[in-house]
Design a protein around this ligand. Structure first.
Ligand SMILES: C[S@@+](CC[C@H](N)C(=O)[O-])C[C@H]1O[C@@H](n2cnc3c(N)ncnc32)[C@H](O)[C@@H]1O
Length: 206
């Protein structure tokens, strides 16, 4: 059975035109967030599950060095193309759960910023702790994890992906791993997205 743990699952959605997350442009809420004082002005960015790379491209245009990771061929092709256009974008064909700061073939460094829109909510919910563990090991100690939670709603009846999350679930999973430094509501979500909110997370400081 194909599950979202496998690249073939995602590739089949791309090939059937069921890539409903593909807005064909950078996420408007991200472009707004760039103007927010809480958005770091500089720093390297990791984008796990970067899809066609529109948001990775937006970070690169803002001057950041970007590593865009995905594991299905349609995405990897798109990210490879972007990496040939922008010298500050690298693409990596890898299962994001295998990212490692110690292995040059699996990322090979830690990042100032990890940005996610749509990937946390796309992976199997049973792997969310593992996802946060990956973010923890790939982030610098002073780094910032920026996740646009979508949808953030307790009452969703939707069958995923995307899988809904909730404030209560996130509080429980983040406890002791990341501090929630800020939550920023989104006012210009794309149609049909449900409640969306940026969560800005940092490693707990001593
Ligand atoms: C719902 S899409 C969202 C993508 C993107 N953030 C956006 O908003 O356009 C999820 C993407 O994550 C990728 N993905 C899912 N699980 C992954 C994994 N374990 N490793 C790498 N990429 C993964 C899929 O191939 C797909 O391109």
């Amino acid at each position: 059975m194909l599950t979202q743990n496998l690249p073939d699952f995602w590739e089949s959605l791309y090939s059937k035109g069921k890539d409903y997350w593909n807005a064909g442009k950078a996420t408007p809420a991200l472009l707004d967030f760039f103007e927010n004082p809480s958005c770091p002005k500089s720093g390297s960015v990791l984008v796990p599950g970067a899809a066609y790379g529109y948001d990775a491209e937006a970070w690169a245009k803002r001057g950041h060095d970007v590593l865009a990771v995905d594991f299905c061929p349609t995405s990897v092709d798109a990210l490879d193309k972007l990496s040939r256009t922008y010298k500050n974008i690298r693409s990596l064909d890898l299962d994001l759960f295998n990212l490692s700061p110690k292995d040059p073939k699996k990322g090979g460094e830690t990042f100032d910023i990890i940005y996610d829109y749509g990937t946390f909510n796309a992976i199997h919910p049973g792997r969310r702790d593992e996802y946060f563990e990956m973010c923890y090991r790939m982030m610098k100690d002073e780094g910032l994890l920026i996740i646009l939670m979508s949808p953030l709603s307790n009452d969703s009846t939707m069958k995923g992906p995307p899988h809904a999350t909730s404030e209560g679930e996130l509080m429980a999973r983040l406890d002791g791993i990341f501090d929630i430094v800020e939550r920023i509501p989104v006012t210009n979500s794309l149609p049909g997205k449900g409640k969306e909110e940026f969560w800005l997370l940092k490693k707990p400081q001593e």
